[in-house]
Design a protein around this ligand. Structure first.
Ligand SMILES: Cc1cc2nc3c(=O)[nH]c(=O)nc-3n(C[C@H](O)[C@H](O)[C@H](O)COP(=O)(O)OP(=O)(O)OC[C@H]3O[C@@H](n4cnc5c(N)ncnc54)[C@H](O)[C@@H]3O)c2cc1C
Length: 357
């Protein structure tokens, strides 16, 4: 065990928006024993604990009080799954998500390929039930192990326990900030199957004019290709991916909007709700490509807010001011409230919860 807790550590290298902020206390851990010791330290010194993975779904609006724990645990194990032709694979929380996707493909285990190239680590994937190209984490999720921050007790959560929904889970709601996820078990297929229902993927398949049968490896390749074309690389243009969730509105309200905007893309859901792409709403308000000092809306992707380091780099307050401008514009034109997808940390006035309505 080699627990080292440091003070006043810059979190700029630890967040994909490259926002400047400091952790009051910080440790980077690669073992569960160290994690339990760090949590005991936090309890003894009454420090609030914040878990940090790859930092790709955070807005640091200011410094983070208490202890920030960067979990760097590695490794995976597997056993036969409960269903025929399946394998249950357990990844440590600190494993990089995309690296895990590549590992499964190398092993001949299928199901993660549509989620290729999503930044971040395994431990954060259940927090917002990550999803892309027609697959969500919940589709392959079996269970997770976690430690309760307040007590240091180990516990496990089944899929039903996690209450997964669209970019949402128990860990964003009732269990918010209460657990650190240690590992995640996924059920994958040992038979190559592909899910190509998502329209952008279908288009990419058509464009690629593939003659041989489509393999999961090829699907992963195509997903990476689409993502590289559509999304700015955070290591070059700092960003947090989609900044807003796609809003769900009552289907009756969507019908009214469609009378005014017949070209509005809309995706009816089973529960009399309709999902409307946030990018379309933002684009319609003329925000795509705008800049406000060092922050801006990406010129090709209205859902991505960027921190322009060449303009001197932004702080979290500047980024949130731009987000507010977009939310105001969309509200005034469409009467739809956009909800911020990444988690906002370090607001001076914590009562100002900027994530929601
Ligand atoms: C370019 C880009 C594209 C993206 N595309 C997608 C996409 O297609 N689909 C999608 O769903 N998301 C996408 N995202 C968002 C992001 O990649 C995911 O949300 C990812 O799961 C975040 O992982 P992370 O390790 O970086 O989490 P972090 O940003 O470090 O943390 C996010 C939240 O999870 C908590 N957390 C992290 N690790 C743990 C842990 N071990 N235990 C408990 N809590 C923890 C943190 O406290 C924080 O609240 C994208 C982001 C970027 C920058």
């Amino acid at each position: 065990m080699s627990l080292s807790i440091q003070q006043h550590i810059s979190l700029q290298p630890y967040n994909s928006l490259a926002l400047p902020a400091y952790a009051e206390y910080f440790c980077s851990l690669d073992g569960e024993e160290d994690l339990l010791a760090a949590l005991a330290y936090a309890r003894a010194h009454q420090l609030q604990v914040t878990a940090l993975g790859g930092g790709s779904n955070l807005v640091l609006a200011g410094d983070i009080a208490g202890l920030v724990i960067h979990l760097n645990t590695k490794g995976y194990s597997y056993c036969n799954g409960a269903e025929a032709d399946s394998v249950d694979v357990t990844f440590a929380a600190g494993e990089n998500w995309h690296q895990a996707v590549l590992t499964t493909l190398e092993q001949g285990w299928y199901g993660m390929e549509n989620l290729s190239l999503i930044p971040g680590n395994i431990g954060a994937a259940p927090i917002q039930n990550i999803g892309a190209y027609g697959v969500e984490l919940e589709d392959i999720f079996v269970s997770l192990r976690a430690v309760e921050i307040a007590s240091g007790k180990l516990c496990s959560f089944t899929k039903a326990d996690c209450q997964f929904a669209y970019r949402d889970s128990l860990f964003k709601n009732a269990a918010r900030d209460q657990y650190i996820i240690l590992d995640v078990t996924l059920r994958l297929s040992t038979k190559p199957q592909v899910n190509t229902r998502y329209p952008a993927l279908q288009q990419a398949i058509a464009d690629a004019q593939i003659s041989e049968p489509l393999t999961p490896e090829k699907v992963s390749e195509l997903v990476c290709q689409i993502r590289r074309q559509k999304l700015p690389d955070p290591t070059i243009t700092p960003n947090a991916g989609s900044f807003f969730k796609n809003p769900l509105v009552e289907s009756a309200a969507a019908e009214q909007l469609l009378e005014r905007y017949p070209q509005m893309p809309n995706f009816p859901q089973p529960d009399k709700q309709t999902k409307i792409p946030a990018a379309w709403l933002i684009d319609q308000c003329g925000f795509k490509g705008i800049t406000r000092g060092p922050v801006g809306v990406h010129k090709h992707q209205a859902l991505v807010l960027v921190n322009n380091l060449r303009e001197g780099g932004a702080n979290g307050e500047q980024l949130l001011a731009l987000a507010e401008e977009l939310r105001d514009g969309v509200w005034k034109r469409f009467s739809i409230r956009l909800e911020i997808e990444p988690r906002v940390y370090g607001l001076v006035d914590q009562s100002k919860d900027r994530s929601g309505i």
